[in-house]
Design a protein around this ligand. Structure first.
Ligand SMILES: NC(=O)c1ccc[n+]([C@@H]2O[C@H](COP(=O)([O-])OP(=O)(O)OC[C@H]3O[C@@H](n4cnc5c(N)ncnc54)[C@H](OP(=O)(O)O)[C@@H]3O)[C@@H](O)[C@H]2O)c1
Length: 286
């Protein structure tokens, strides 16, 4: 039995689909069991669990071969990252009590970065989990190609904007299909202790290439422009963010190159799914 958190989301859903295809038993750990009829129909057990509630996770992670752990994204964290500290405490309590045989924790590229930024939330949780004897794989994927879902509408209108810049700088990106496939493989591998697996797509992608790929798929020109850094704070605040600094610093980290894999491009595992495949799917879904 494999316990999967985030099964109603992008990566968790892919992990579950891959495990079911490999004829493994899957237990979805969800906040709202009534949202999971689709997964029950596919033969999954579905139990209630909240990432912030250790008691619920202890029950969910009992008697499993492996657990896939995904922390829901917090884009506007408190300045002291208290949300991540809460999750770190609930996960360490749950793993120590439930003792899953192994864990794959979905972390991020740049979890080892020393500058504070949005991804520091994963740094905090990784550091807490590293103190446990549980066998844990820290899966660190690059920028999700699916982040371009926000660009589909603007691309159809002929122009997209980018916070990743300069526009000709290749960015380590990866499709959630590749992350889910690799996570399912790692869950089924026997392993001891702690390890880090860094994952990106078949090759790095520039923002310019995202625009030109949209243009090819949509059959019309798609312009791209860089949003000036001086406008980010005001823009994010106007969108309702209370503490935009961590998000701004994360974007700086990608643009300045200090958010990178610990092993660089040479050391990362490579997926198969191209940006064109992901953008085609996003357009079809839109
Ligand atoms: N986007 C990127 O470029 C990128 C890059 C590297 C790493 N990451 C990491 O990837 C993760 C996001 O993955 P994703 O895109 O697959 O997420 P997602 O599609 O947004 O799904 C989030 C999942 O978390 C569940 N969830 C929300 N609150 C919860 C709670 N309190 N307790 C338990 N489950 C809860 C949601 O379920 P319900 O809402 O249905 O309850 C949903 O299944 C984040 O940790 C992010 O830092 C993202």
């Amino acid at each position: 039995m494999f316990a999967i958190t985030g099964i109603t989301g992008q990566v968790g859903g892919e992990v579950a689909r891959n495990l079911l295809a490999a004829h493994q038993a899957v237990r979805g750990v969800v906040r709202d069991v009534s949202k999971c009829k689709e997964w029950m129909d596919r033969g999954c057990e579905v139990v209630s669990g909240d990432i912030n509630n250790a008691e619920s996770l202890i029950a969910a992670f009992k008697d499993v071969e492996g657990a896939f752990v995904l922390v829901p994204p917090t884009f506007d964290p408190s300045p002291d990252f208290r949300e991540a500290l809460t999750v770190a405490a609930s996960l360490t309590t749950a793993f120590a009590a439930a003792r899953p045989r192994r864990v794959v924790y979905l972390s991020t590229i740049g979890a080892q970065a020393t500058h504070s930024n949005l991804l520091t939330q994963h740094t905090i949780i990784e550091e807490a989990l590293q103190k446990l004897p549980t066998a844990i794989t820290f899966l660190r994927p690059g920028w999700f190609m699916e982040n371009s879902s926000w660009d589909v509408g603007p691309a159809k209108s002929g122009s997209i904007q980018s916070f990743l810049q300069p526009l000709d700088k290749p960015v380590p990106m990866v499709a959630t299909a590749d992350i889910g496939r690799v996570a399912a493989e790692l869950l089924q591998e026997l392993c001891e202790g702690h390890r880090v697996v860094e994952l990106e797509g078949p090759r790095r992608v520039t923002p310019n290439e995202i625009a030109s790929t949209f243009a090819k798929l949509l059959g019309h020109a798609v312009r791209i422009e860089a949003v000036p850094r001086s406008e980010w704070e005001r823009l994010f605040e106007s969108q309702g963010m209370k503490n935009p600094e961590p998000r701004i610093r994360m974007l700086d980290g990608f643009n300045e190159g200090w958010i990178e894999f610990a092993g660089g491009e040479a050391g990362s595992r490579k997926g198969n799914v191209s940006i064109a495949t992901v953008l085609r799917t996003l357009i079809e879904r839109n």
